[in-house]
Design a binder for this molecule. Structure first.
Ligand SMILES: [Mn+2]
Length: 384
């Protein structure tokens, strides 16, 4: 639907935009510099995002409950957070576990060489699953941030078997508790360390079918992570959608071949962002549009809210461009002609061996993709 009027690109809860507490809450730390912004409390984040039109927030266990909190401290924090959710109508559709900050996870979590670390990682994840379910989450994301340090230490086949055991164990736990919860595995090729096991969404998809309960496990593709690997993000998302495995998605911006930039959605490669939005909207995908990104390190708090509002606004602008693309007579005419126009008929499989093809015509035809792509660019650049 094309939008109009002064509120044309104003986000609404029904647009299903969500942010991690860790995204707008990012204090601007980097490997060479200390934090530049004071921490924002989860309650402030919930209230401000609700004002901006978001649907909900997602969290790692430790984004809400600091490590080492007592049971009574935890309960107080969770109670106050739930009150903020109730006051604003904000939801928590997804939760995850921090399995990378604690020095105990220096060799990874589910694939650490130390079986005690692997067991602790599972224990921490069970507690985080309980917290997520208590807050209403129905999707649980697993990102193995530090899995895969050095090949001198372990046979990668063994590490993958440990990884599989961990996900199988977590699925059994969810089944035993009768939780309404599915897992979404998030791939990343590198960072914080040189290599991470299961580096792309395609690797994750293949891994899922080796699990005991593949029906409980899908993927959480992240734009920046596929782009870091130099891949077309829309292709990864399409494969997940087509397999019925797109359980969640992380939107942001990223230049190929750089450090993990986590830029504002659409701020880099707007054309790639457009084709992603087109894919999700054409597929009528009903999931959350989650932003896993953060504001430039230059920003103060008001810059953080500009970043959050901009992320949602860009998505809605691109969604409007998708509607324009789908309604553009010249673009649609070019698309309709691709398969030889309306007069062409598919060759029935039974007649394939005896069909004569006009190879001279097939060899010399043009596809008009230059014109199609230019029309797309003109639409995106605002002159069409
Ligand atoms: Mn992510």
């Amino acid at each position: 639907m094309m939008r109009g009027g002064k509120d044309a690109f104003r986000p609404r809860p029904e647009d299903h935009f969500t942010f991690g507490l860790w995204t707008v809450g990012n204090p601007g730390r980097d490997p060479f510099g200390e934090p530049v912004r004071p921490p924002l409390s989860p309650i402030v984040i919930v209230r401000k995002l609700a004002e901006l039109g978001a649907y909900g927030v997602n969290l790692h266990d430790n984004d809400l409950v600091p490590p080492g909190a007592s049971a009574s401290e935890r309960d107080k924090i969770v109670r106050e957070f739930k009150q903020a959710l109730a006051d604003t109508g904000m939801k928590v559709p997804m939760a995850t576990t921090n399995l990378f900050s604690d020095p105990a996870f220096r060799d990874g979590a589910f694939t650490s060489s130390d079986s005690r670390v692997r067991a602790y990682a599972l224990q921490k994840t069970l507690a985080a699953i309980d917290l997520g379910v208590e807050l209403g989450a129905t999707t649980y994301v697993c990102w193995g941030g530090r899995e895969g340090e050095t090949n001198a230490a372990k046979d990668p086949r063994t590490a993958l078997a440990w990884y599989r055991d961990a996900i199988n164990y977590l699925c059994e736990y969810v089944r035993s508790q009768r939780y309404d919860l599915r897992f979404a595995l998030e791939a990343k090729p590198n960072e914080p360390r040189g290599d991470i096991f299961l580096p792309t969404t395609g690797h994750m998809l293949a891994f899922i079918y080796t699990l005991d309960h593949p029906e409980m496990v899908g993927v959480n593709p992240e734009l920046a992570h596929e782009r870091m690997a130099g891949l077309d993000f829309s292709h990864a998302v399409a494969q997940a959608l087509e397999a019925g495995k797109l359980f969640h998605i992380d939107l942001n911006g990223q230049q190929v071949g750089r450090f993990d930039q986590d830029l504002r959605f659409g701020s880099d490669d707007p054309k790639g962002a457009f084709f992603l939005v087109k894919l999700l909207e054409d597929a009528k995908w009903s999931g959350m549009r989650h932003f896993d990104s953060h504001a430039y390190r230059t920003e103060d708090e008001s810059g953080v809210w500009d970043f959050a509002a901009g992320s949602m606004r860009t998505y809605l602008i691109l969604k409007d461009k998708v509607a324009r693309f789908n309604a553009d007579p010249e673009i649609q005419q070019l698309l309709a002609e691709l398969d030889g126009g309306k007069s062409s008929a598919r060759v029935p499989f039974s007649e394939l061996r005896n069909t004569k093809f006009d190879l001279a015509a097939l060899r010399s035809r043009g596809y008009a993709y230059e014109r199609l792509d230019q029309l797309t660019m003109e639409l995106l650049l605002g002159v069409r």
